[in-house]
Design a binder for this molecule. Structure first.
Ligand code: TMP
Length: 207
């Protein structure tokens, strides 16, 4: 059985991940690929509980270390119970966010040490890396407006716009550091253009 491919979709708030994820799923299925769509934080029962803890605007402030460890705890469950078994069965896994989000939000947004994130990445993932990461990029204000229209803000969405400027910068830096894996797509243009760009980056994986 040929191992499936692992694709992750990244970007700041309100860049259109949901719409484009559905497009990627559809595109791959039209090429007779079996697809598993999942998300982070989340993807398993326990990881979804951790997601609620992370997004909840509860009364007790979550420390940066607790936040980082919760993100990786959820990821450990997700890898073991969903990502690895699906890839081993030959399915392609598309995850709405993965570890680049940790470099962007905890590394960029929270200004946590990159070496700490690298250490946890190695501990939790071993050699697992996405085969392709699509980074949807749009100016922060555009994304935040879209997120606000969607309804009540979660614990991350409620951050200041300077937080998201740092997140965006950290994502762009990740793309610069890993150009072979991370493909940057401008998200503030007509949907047709975004989807054409998506097909361009997916096509080489189909060979
Ligand atoms: P979303 O899936 O609706 O975008 O919400 C997930 C939130 O979690 C988003 O604001 C980014 C945040 N997040 C992190 O801070 N670190 C991570 O590693 C991941 C995967 C998500």
């Amino acid at each position: 059985m040929t191992r499936g491919k692992f694709i992750t979709l990244e970007g700041g708030e309100g860049v259109g991940k949901t719409t484009n994820l559905a497009f990627i799923k559809d595109y791959l299925e039209r090429h007779n690929i079996s697809v598993v769509v999942t998300r982070e934080p989340g993807g398993t029962a326990l990881a979804e509980k951790i997601r609620r803890l992370l997004l909840d605007t509860g009364s007790e402030a979550i420390t940066e270390h607790a936040e980082l460890l919760l993100v990786f705890a959820a990821r450990a469950q997700h890898i073991k119970h969903v990502i690895e078994p699906s890839l081993a069965k030959g399915a392609w896994v598309i995850s709405d966010r993965f570890t680049d989000a940790t470099y962007a939000y905890q590394g960029g947004g929270r200004n946590m040490r990159i070496s700490t994130i690298e250490w946890l990445e190695h501990l939790v993932q071993g050699n697992l890396k996405p085969d392709l990461t699509v980074l949807l990029d749009a100016p922060v204000e555009i994304g935040l407006q879209r997120a606000k229209i969607r309804g009540a803000l979660d614990r991350f969405e409620a951050e200041k716009s300077s937080f998201f400027e740092h997140v965006r910068r950290a994502y762009l830096l990740q793309a610069e550091l890993h150009p072979e894996r991370i493909k940057l797509i401008k998200a503030n243009c007509p949907l047709d253009d975004v989807q054409r760009a998506l097909m361009d980056v997916l096509r080489p994986l189909l060979r």
